[in-house]
Write a protein that binds this ligand. Structure first.
Ligand SMILES: Nc1ncnc2c1ncn2[C@@H]1O[C@H](COP(=O)(O)OP(=O)(O)OP(=O)(O)O)[C@@H](O)[C@H]1O
Ligand SMILES: [Mg+2]
Length: 326
């Protein structure tokens, strides 16, 4: 068998120079993306950044204006879209069968993807259970709440055990518990089944710790990409150490200001966030802080968060003459 898509070598998605215009509007401007198999990839960006447009193109429902390379699961999407489609699950925001039950919606979809009736039914039950919809599984979807429909759309994308799953703002409308469960499921399935997830979101708090790779898209351009920790460190050039004194300690920011390498100190709920001048200032600072006559509960280097990186990268570009941001 020579089907590269099933054998799983090479990246899940490899795109070069992807551009899309809608009339005069450039929605995507020479986007490059390489997503390894089994990754949980987060495409992050503000409203109108081009996230949904990217998903629609990769999913084959929208043609790019120009592209140099667009390989999905080892197939050139321009020539072999038919080979890719059966291996892919997509959560779009529309078209459930309103008059069918939740269970029927899922099992019908499973059959559409070539599953036999018993397996599509048992898979439907498994997913209903996972999304807490078992009790409502026999009910017509037209009576479902917005969040329940959203859960069903995500479940539907997962029915046929796809190799690659596109989820466009999956947690929009989900309660915190359901969002958490979804993220836990995504982490597990990516590890166990080597499924690749392509998730768009602005919920950085939810993406943090789940994504193994991210790209920040703004105004149609990739501003940064890579493992989230790396993106955060490159976008936020600060070195911070959190010093947590024991409760009731009379340590003040003044006790820290004169230590070597200190640039700035922020007091936060019983702890101090100490920004240092450079990374190589950390060891001598740590030695000095533990030598102070205060009991400490913890001293730890605090890497920048994805949220901080996002805020540093997005919407922060010099204005072009035509008023667009570059
Ligand atoms: N069919 C279309 N016709 C014209 N313009 C479009 C079309 N689809 C998208 N656009 C434009 O392309 C840009 C990117 O839109 P897109 O939907 O990809 O953004 P997004 O990142 O998904 O935003 P959101 O977070 O709001 O969902 C926007 O300026 C949008 O208005
Ligand atoms: Mg969108």
């Amino acid at each position: 068998m020579t089907d590269k898509g099933l054998e799983g070598d090479g990246p899940a998605i490899d795109v070069r120079g992807l551009s899309k215009s809608f009339g005069p509007l450039t929605a995507l401007d020479s986007v490059d993306l390489t997503i390894p198999r089994g990754a949980v990839f987060g495409l992050l960006g503000p409203n109108g950044a081009g996230k949904t447009t990217t998903v629609r193109i990769l999913n084959g429902v929208l043609d790019p204006t120009s592209v140099t390379k667009i390989d999905v699961l080892g197939h050139d999407l321009r020539r072999e879209a038919e080979a890719v489609r059966p291996q892919v699950g997509v959560q779009t925001d529309t078209n459930l069968y309103e008059r069918l039950s939740a269970r029927e919606n899922l099992s019908a979809f499973g059959r559409l993807y070539g599953m036999d009736t018993p397996s599509s039914r048992s898979r439907a039950d498994e997913l209903l259970e996972m999304f807490g919809l078992t009790d409502r599984g026999a009910e017509r979807v037209e009576r479902f709440s917005k969040g329940m429909k959203q859960k069903l759309l995500i479940a539907r994308a997962l029915v046929a055990h796809p190799r690659l799953v596109y989820l466009d703002e999956p947690t929009a409308g989900l309660d915190p518990e359901a969002s958490h469960e979804l993220m836990t499921y995504i982490t597990r399935v990516s590890r166990e089944a080597h499924t690749t997830f392509f998730i768009t979101s602005h919920r950085l708090d939810e993406m943090e710790g789940v994504c193994t790779a991210v790209a920040v898209l703004d105004d149609g351009r990739i501003r940064a990409s890579g493992p989230p920790e790396q993106v955060a460190r490159e976008a936020v050039p600060r070195v911070r150490v959190r010093v947590t004194p024991r409760v009731g300690s009379d340590m003040t920011a003044g006790d820290l200001t004169t230590l070597p390498g200190v640039k700035e100190i922020l007091s936060l709920d019983g702890a101090f966030a100490v920004d240092l001048v450079r990374e190589d200032a950390v060891p001598s600072f740590l030695r000095a802080v533990v030598a102070l006559p205060f009991d400490l509960l913890g001293v730890a280097e605090e890497p920048p968060t994805l949220q901080e990186a996002y805020l540093a990268l997005v919407g922060n570009h010099p204005a072009r003459a035509d008023g667009q941001v570059v």
